[in-house]
Design a protein around this ligand. Structure first.
Ligand SMILES: Cc1cc2nc3c(=O)[nH]c(=O)nc-3n(C[C@H](O)[C@H](O)[C@H](O)COP(=O)(O)O)c2cc1C
Length: 226
């Protein structure tokens, strides 16, 4: 057996396990979710430090999303402290519970947030996202809105590169990618951490707010809600 056929078998078997556990919901049940006229936007922080600047940036995104409409519910998930086995591993980890949350038909938008580590996403975020290969079987995240945020210790520390690297994963899921909307209109939120505080970064906070607004507006439009 070749290496590639072996690893493909492992991915398919992981996807099969997730399907058996009911974690990969199909698009059909998105209609059920729309029945209660509410949607949910999830933000996921890949920071090793709980409640620090990445979480603060994502909170600003979620507050802006919530302000768009009473139909929008939000939740912040922090990966800090969680463990993710390599894709294909049969060992238990924290992914399965998260997969169920992500594929919940009520979830209409997902915002990834990572600190900038050497101009790339954190290892924690990468090990989490590598598990997303299971979603390619049936494309359980298809047509959910996706966006990203990056925080760095320098104003131009590589935040845009972090957003770009997360974007490749989101695109591989057939998600609907958006950037920060008006007035900033760029390719995702980019924040500058100054002494463990992002709130003084007026521009960066503006991108976070514009991102949350754009994610919520687009998700509502896709679900035919206001
Ligand atoms: C291993 C490591 C690498 C880092 N590399 C960068 C970098 O390339 N560019 C940058 O602007 N900041 C860099 N930083 C700073 C973090 O991105 C910054 O402190 C961020 O706000 C941390 O997020 P947190 O508060 O959620 O932990 C690095 C920090 C660490 C620990």
């Amino acid at each position: 057996m070749t290496d590639s056929s072996c690893s493909r078998r492992r991915v398919l078997s992981a996807a099969g396990a997730a399907l058996a556990a009911g974690t990969l919901a199909s698009g059909a049940s998105a209609q059920d979710a729309a029945k209660d006229d509410k949607i949910k936007i999830l933000a996921i922080s890949g920071s090793a430090r709980k409640g620090k600047t990445t979480a603060a940036g994502l909170q600003a995104v979620l507050e802006a999303a919530k302000a768009v409409s009473p139909a929008v519910e939000v939740e912040l998930i922090e990966l800090s402290g969680m463990k993710f086995e390599p894709p294909g591993s049969k060992a238990a980890d924290d992914f399965e519970a998260l997969a169920a949350k992500l594929t919940d038909p009520k979830v209409a938008g997902i915002v990834l947030g990572s600190p900038t580590y050497f101009a790339n996403m954190s290892g924690l975020m990468k090990s989490f996202l590598d598990k997303w290969t299971v979603f390619r079987k049936g494309f359980a995240l298809k047509d959910k809105v996706a966006a990203s945020l990056a925080v760095g210790g320098a104003r131009n520390g590589g935040q845009e590169l972090v957003n770009e690297s997360m974007k490749w994963v989101l695109m591989s899921m057939q998600m609907v990618l958006v950037g920060d909307g008006e007035p900033t209109v760029h390719r995702g939120a980019t924040l500058w951490n100054q002494k463990d505080d992002v709130t003084a970064d007026e521009w960066g906070m503006g991108t976070a707010t514009a991102l949350g607004t754009r994610v919520a507006q687009t998700a509502l439009k896709i679900r035919g809600l206001k």
